[in-house]
Ligand binder design. Structure first.
Ligand code: ATP
Length: 211
């Protein structure tokens, strides 16, 4: 279970997230308008942004005590809203990045597993990330999150700004992630796709959770 308890996050002097508390046991979506605090919440869970108070717990471990680069050791994968691929690296290397710190012997098997889940990646594996379209970059960012995200997947606005055909494909892919041992938290500015993937809805507005 992912537990967020009384989380407060400020950026500079501005208090962005206020007393955020909720639990995710399976497949949930945080819905809020632009500027509501969704990305700030995801970045706080990944400890990219420090929390001023409260805590984030996953499988009884307090994530606030883990460095971002150690999240992969806990089986946590993150797809940022703006993708954050390394432009000069190949698609394959971008997907493999989270495994580099893990010294995994079976990394090729894991790569093949991701490829079989998103076979369209095969069409542009050897290209550098900067040569891809925005939609293709979304798929690579999803693959990079999945390759380590065996326990918790955080997908920040996966449907944002993608063409309708790709959005439908993402619905199909993300829906099939709804497995017993995987907890998935996504964000969306309205609930249209979250309803399609049958996520439990959590609402955020001006940095506060409303249920
Ligand atoms: P969007 O869908 O537009 O990305 P969001 O729900 O993800 O929206 P956040 O990006 O988390 O929202 O932003 C929440 C609030 O924090 C906004 O009011 C935003 O202006 C503010 N904010 C975010 N990043 C910074 C920053 N680096 N400096 C100052 N304020 C920031």
């Amino acid at each position: 279970m992912l537990i967020i308890n009384n989380l407060e996050v400020s950026i500079g002097k501005i208090n962005i997230l206020q007393s955020i508390s909720f639990k995710v046991s399976k497949f949930s979506s945080v819905i809020g308008r632009n500027g509501a605090g969704k990305t700030t919440l995801m970045r706080a869970i990944m400890n990219i942004l420090p929390s001023q108070s409260g805590y984030i717990q996953f499988q009884k471990k307090t994530l606030n005590n883990f460095k971002t680069y150690n999240m992969s050791k806990l089986g946590i994968g993150y797809m940022p809203e703006d993708r954050r691929l390394v432009p000069d690296l190949s698609v394959k290397d971008n997907i493999m990045i989270p495994l580099w710190s893990l010294n995994k012997k079976n990394s090729n098997d894991q790569f093949e597993e991701v490829l079989s889940f998103i076979p369209e990646l095969k069409d542009f594996l050897s290209r550098q990330a900067f040569q891809l379209s925005g939609g293709q970059q979304k798929l690579v960012a999803l693959a990079r999150a999945m390759i380590v995200g065996k326990n918790l997947l955080l997908l920040d606005e996966p449907f944002e700004g993608v063409a309708p055909a790709l959005a439908e494909r993402l619905v199909e892919l993300i829906s099939s992630l709804n497995k017993d041992n995987l907890i998935t938290l996504i964000t969306e500015s309205d609930e249209s796709f979250s309803k399609k993937i049958k996520a439990n809805i959590i609402r955020i507005e001006r940095g506060k959770i409303y249920n």
